[in-house]
Design a protein around this ligand. Structure first.
Ligand code: COA
Length: 245
């Protein structure tokens, strides 16, 4: 029988995390963000939140007490030309694809070369969670444009739940722009419900923020739902999130 706080699909499996088993997007893992990741997180933030101002000071955020930042990463070596592109008339020109692959790698490194420290792997997205009383507040979740719709956002969401449970939080909460249909769809999929509105919350365009919160995450019903989501995600995209120490 399922224990109240038991989520076998998320917590118990030691497999590496795979995303995009069609190999177009590579294999993504989750890990804690490190100081060396800060400049890349800024790049991803600019990509995912072009109107955000001021930019987040990730160095400060990563070391914040009562908070956690998780990144979804893959090995640089797994960066390959998607089969769908290869099949567009140049498949026989191996030299062409090698040159393109090499240019892409260089471009990505230039992308990451904003600081003197380099991340050890390619970061596709991140999630930041603050622990406030017995709530886990998702302060930011962002995925690179180039790897959107490949299960990375969901992988980060599963990691946020994993962290919240580990921290003994009763529920997860967040604010989302009223116009952000993609993010709201992700949150609804994970059981978040609209619980309030902050009028004109965003300063760039005076847009309202919708406050969304999960039901109690330790309830058996919610644990069963989350486990089903984790299994579905694993079946669709690859392995389950690996436990984070
Ligand atoms: C929201 C965001 C994190 C989703 O990341 P992602 O990796 O593309 O999402 P996933 O591939 O894991 O999709 C998971 C679910 O999210 C929802 N979703 C994601 N993108 C969507 C879109 N463009 N339209 C509708 N639903 C979408 C779907 O419910 C999807 O489940 P499904 O594949 O079964 O339909 C990403 O779009 C992003 O970084 N957006 C910009 C930053 C942002 O708005 N962050 C949220 C601030 S509150």
């Amino acid at each position: 029988m399922l224990k109240e706080t038991h989520l076998p699909g998320i917590a118990d499996r030691a497999h590496p995390t795979r995303v995009g088993t069609d190999s177009e997007f590579g294999v993504f893992h989750t890990r804690h963000a490190e100081e060396a990741d800060a400049s890349v997180l800024s790049v991803i933030e600019r990509d995912a939140f072009p109107s955000q101002w001021p930019p987040t000071r990730f160095i400060k955020e990563i070391s914040r007490r009562r908070a956690v930042y998780i990144v979804a990463t893959r090995d640089y070596r797994e960066l390959e030309i998607p089969e769908s592109l290869k099949n567009q008339g140049h498949a026989s020109d191996a030299g062409f694809w090698n040159r393109l692959s090499s240019s892409l790698r260089q471009l990505l490194l230039i992308d990451e070369r904003e600081s003197t420290a380099y991340p050890r792997d390619y970061i596709g997205g991140f999630v930041g969670v603050w622990y406030i009383a017995d709530e886990a507040h998702i302060v930011s979740i962002g995925v690179r444009e180039s790897v959107k719709r490949a299960g990375v956002g969901e992988l980060l969401m599963l990691s946020a739940f994993q962290q919240a449970r580990k921290h003994g939080c009763k529920e997860l909460t967040l604010e989302v722009r009223a116009s952000n249909g993609a993010a709201q769809a992700l949150y609804r999929k994970y059981g978040f419900q609209n619980v309030g509105l902050r009028k004109k919350y965003y300063i760039d365009n005076a847009e309202d923020a919708i406050i969304m919160t999960t039901p109690p995450i330790s309830s058996v019903e919610y644990a069963v739902m989350l486990d089903a989501l984790a299994r579905n995600h694993a079946g669709r995209w690859g392995h389950l999130p690996e436990p984070i120490p």
